[in-house]
Design a protein around this ligand. Structure first.
Ligand code: TTP
Ligand code: MG
Length: 356
């Protein structure tokens, strides 16, 4: 059996703000768009737990947050600062993990099967992890522990804030069955809506659905949903391996669903990357795009060529295909990245390349 942990920072952006402004601790703190006296547009990125007592939540219009608590501390989003702290957190976590997978700015999976051999020891280990993060950054996090990523994530939600929760196989059913289907990690809003239309509101109800019914509705993804409803998730913790790669990332001035704007950003980055690989005398085999959504979740998608290349046109062709395959028409994007890997220097690797 595997032992998987999901570490998620508590009210991350707002906690980072409390760190550098200790005087706001204990007050409701809201990070997001400018409320402009109640007329502001845009949304709440996150808020601390004091603000949550007033019903304020991530994604809520900032004007509504303002109505709920006018005298809260409203602060703008400072990505750069949070990212610096995030990098430090991820560095600390890597030291504890066997396999490690960062999933967003404040969240990472760790496969610790090789570090501890049972759940009791995993809890002690999780305590050490929490202490190390506190010592290194002054921030609190919550940790879910279970046999797979799906369950670790859901256990973490239940551990919040500042907690550790273990979810053992024998407790899975009674834990997940009452949950609404959209609480299943990996089931997005659209899928949840479709499931509800099919008559499945809770995970327990969903677990009664036939495999064929789900597959005919959702394709191969139907099999995953079928498994999720049983707490089954075989997916591995995979390192987002960015070492030995060259890339660029840019945040859009405003979140965008304009594909042309994304393409033009990719083109700019491809030009820069081309320049860098030429200077360094490198060729690439794999092209990866990274997308960060407005809710700060991220994903990466890659395509590999059958040969080494140093062509920016090929780089961009692959990137455009990845974009078309992975971004829906109305889907908003906050930040986009382009990266090439599988690098080889012209001379050293030419022979190898010829064989592949
Ligand atoms: P989360 O981990 O979802 O939220 P959180 O860390 O603020 O609070 P919790 O204690 O419940 O984990 O997201 C991490 C950061 O991503 C969050 O601090 C701000 C950003 N974010 C947004 O900007 N918009 C969103 O809608 C969400 C959900 C998060
Ligand atoms: Mg968090």
């Amino acid at each position: 059996m595997r032992i998987i942990m999901l570490v998620d920072m508590d009210y991350f952006f707002a906690a980072c703000e409390e760190l550098r402004k200790p005087e706001i601790k204990g007050k409701p703190v809201i990070v997001g768009a400018d409320p402009k006296g109640g007329n502001g547009r845009g949304v709440v990125s996150t808020c601390n737990y004091v603000a949550r007592r007033y019903g304020i939540r991530s994604g809520m219009p900032i004007s509504m947050a303002y109505r709920l608590k006018k005298d809260a501390v409203f602060l703008p989003v400072d990505d750069k600062y949070y990212e610096k702290i995030s990098n430090e957190i991820m560095r600390i976590l890597r030291g504890f993990a066997g396999r490690f997978e960062q999933v967003s700015i404040d969240e990472a999976f760790m496969d610790v099967s090789e570090k501890v051999d049972n759940f009791d020891k995993a809890v002690d280990y999780a305590r050490e992890v929490k202490e190390a993060i506190m010592k290194g950054t002054g921030l609190k996090c919550s940790i879910g522990i279970s046999e797979n990523k799906l369950l670790a994530k859901m256990a973490c939600e239940a551990a919040k804030p500042d907690g550790i929760k273990v979810l053992k196989r024998e407790d899975v059913q009674k834990f997940i069955e009452p949950m609404p289907v959209d609480r299943l990690y990996g089931v997005g809003k659209k899928t949840a809506q479709k499931l509800k239309e099919m008559g499945y509101e809770t995970v327990g109800e969903l677990s009664k659905a036939g495999l064929m019914e789900l597959v005919s509705k959702f394709g191969v993804y139907g099999k995953e949903i079928y498994d999720y409803a049983r707490g089954i998730d075989e997916s591995e913790v995979v390192e987002n391996n960015e070492i030995k790669s060259i890339g660029r990332e840019r945040t859009f001035d405003a979140d965008t669903d304009n594909i042309e704007e994304m393409k033009s950003m990719l083109e700019t980055m491809a030009n820069e990357i081309k320049e860098e690989i030429d200077t360094k005398g490198l060729q690439f085999k794999t092209v990866t795009i990274k997308i960060r959504k407005p809710d700060f979740t991220e994903f990466m998608k890659s395509r590999s060529l059958s040969h080494y290349s140093n062509s920016d046109k090929e780089m961009l062709d692959e990137a455009f295909k990845l974009l078309a395959d992975n971004i829906g028409t109305k889907e908003k994007v906050r930040k986009i990245g382009l990266r090439v890997s599988g690098l080889a220097s012209y001379r050293g690797q030419r022979k190898l390349a010829e064989y592949m």
